[in-house]
Design a protein around this ligand. Structure first.
Ligand SMILES: Cc1cc2nc3c(=O)[nH]c(=O)nc-3n(C[C@H](O)[C@H](O)[C@H](O)COP(=O)(O)OP(=O)(O)OC[C@H]3O[C@@H](n4cnc5c(N)ncnc54)[C@H](O)[C@@H]3O)c2cc1C
Length: 444
């Protein structure tokens, strides 16, 4: 079959690789002048860092398999347990203050109980903002801050924006984990570089080719007007790009699919338009020396200052800390004349060495990026799949109903929103495997 793949992020690239392997004739269209999308490796002298996706958790088996396929080792890089700073006082992630530890534990137990109920097909109540639910559980101000801190840095958004039901779906993945399983590995040589190697194996990758319209009949129209007809099309775009660039409402009018359990305005592909992109920006601060190592500290820190998280981002010979700022604070920071200065000053408040050793900074603002529209997807309140109708009872496994991401006509949907591992590189690969299976099995 002739298959068009729209988007050369890791989801589109993986789908294209597997499709070619199965004997299809594949053309990949990418809007940017590079492949990799939200995976981008920035090289600096004899070092590098990731501007986008970076960490691989211990149970991200698809990523680890892909690395093996390319002869790349998963690079063990755990920086856990990091420091925690709250109102000028330090603790560590594995030993926070007793009130904070108690609140985190209460939240964990309540979440585990709701997930178990959902699995058994029991009602778990109306959806609500995750933040309001956390307010109702936490007993101390410091505990509430601590829970916000690690949840926000994981979701990339303020918990007041995030759906409780959607968050539970992600949290279900974490129940069986050990401390430190999260962010255990990174991709040796860089994730963006891995994407380049994936693209190099493909027959036909077209850069600088933004797609403007895709029809359910397999028609793909470039922004410059060139039109292509395919037997199947894989749309491997972030939700924001599908909504903004492809102009879903006017260009693809679809009826709700038979048996769809989610209903909303554009009820065509299940919950696609309901996932939003998190407002998270990444800053990178370079230093003359890795002063944090002299303090016997990995560089990882969660704090209540002008940033939410720091970690050692520099690889090879690059001495650099990465900084995450998420939610409303990310937008406010981007309005400042020098976001790097704001963050540097804030770090120097608790680590004065930072100011002295600082050499240069960079900002990676994925929120304003035309082809990303944010860092990674999350469900806003009322838009998680469960918020609409209870699942058939008993549900086989939380969030893993078959048919949730069915193709529409000749369009198959991939990307880190169209998967169970939503928002992760693992999820992008999961979605790629699914669309290839759909195409190989002839489902339409
Ligand atoms: C700052 C940041 C940190 C992250 N950290 C982690 C992490 O630590 N661990 C983790 O697992 N994940 C992380 N992620 C998420 C991870 O990067 C993504 O889940 C993954 O890269 C998504 O891949 P994708 O192929 O689905 O989407 P994308 O990478 O967004 O690929 C989509 C592609 O489509 C292209 N495109 C858009 N519009 C058009 C159009 N109209 N026509 C043609 N092409 C178009 C885009 O340019 C892009 O190349 C992070 C992301 C960011 C931004």
């Amino acid at each position: 079959m002739k298959v068009g793949v729209v988007g050369a992020g890791i989801a589109g690239l993986r789908a294209a690789m597997l499709l070619e392997k199965a004997g299809h004739q594949v053309t990949v269209f990418e809007a940017r002048d590079r492949v990799g999308g939200r995976m981008q490796t920035i090289e600096m002298g004899d070092g590098y860092y990731e501007a986008g996706g970076e960490w691989i958790d211990a149970d991200h088996h698809r990523v680890i398999r892909l690395l093996r396929e390319f002869g790349v080792a998963p690079e063990k890089s755990s920086q856990w347990p990091g420091l925690v700073v709250y109102q000028g006082e330090f603790a560590t992630e594995n030993q926070v203050w007793p009130d904070a530890a108690r609140d985190a534990n209460l939240v964990h137990e309540e979440a585990a109980s709701l997930i178990a109920k959902r699995k058994n097909g029991e009602e778990i109540g109306e959806d609500q903002p995750l933040g309001a639910w956390l307010d109702s559980i936490c007993e101390s101000v410091r505990g509430r801050w601590w829970v916000e801190s690690f949840t926000r840095s994981d979701e990339g958004e303020d918990t007041s924006e995030v759906s409780l039901h959607g968050w539970l779906e992600s949290y279900a993945h974490y129940l069986d984990r050990e401390d430190g399983d999260m962010s255990l590995y990174r991709i040796a040589g860089g994730g963006g570089k891995l994407c380049e190697r994936m693209a190099a194996k493909l027959q036909d990758v077209r850069l600088d080719s933004p797609i403007q319209h895709v029809s359910d009949q397999g028609e793909v129209i470039e922004r410059n007007g060139s039109t292509h007809i395919f037997d199947r099309v894989v749309m491997a775009l972030p939700t924001s790009a599908v909504e903004k660039v492809l102009d879903v409402e006017s260009q693809i009018s679809l009826a709700p699919p038979e048996g769809s359990f989610v209903s909303f305005d554009l009820s065509w592909v299940f919950h696609l338009p309901s996932a939003k992109m998190a407002r998270a920006v990444k800053l990178v601060l370079q230093f003359k020396n890795a002063w944090w190592r002299d303090k016997n500290w990995t560089g990882r820190m969660l704090g209540d200052l002008a940033f939410q998280q720091t970690w050692e981002i520099g690889r090879g010979n690059l001495n650099a800390l990465g900084v995450y700022v998420c939610g409303a604070e990310a937008i406010q920071l981007m309005e400042q004349s020098s976001p790097v200065d704001v963050v540097l000053k804030s770090i120097a408040q608790v680590h004065p060495e930072a100011q002295e050793s600082f050499t240069a900074g960079a900002v990676h603002d994925w929120v304003s990026d035309e082809y990303a529209g944010g860092a990674f997807p999350y469900y806003p309140v009322g838009n998680a799949p469960y918020s609409h109708k209870p699942l058939p009872s008993p549900s086989p496994d939380l969030g893993r109903e078959s048919g949730r991401f069915k193709p529409y006509g000749k369009i198959h949907f991939a990307g880190d929103w169209a998967c169970d591992w939503m928002g992760f590189i693992e999820g992008a690969l999961e979605s790629a495997e699914r669309v290839v299976e759909e195409i190989n099995n002839g489902s339409e």
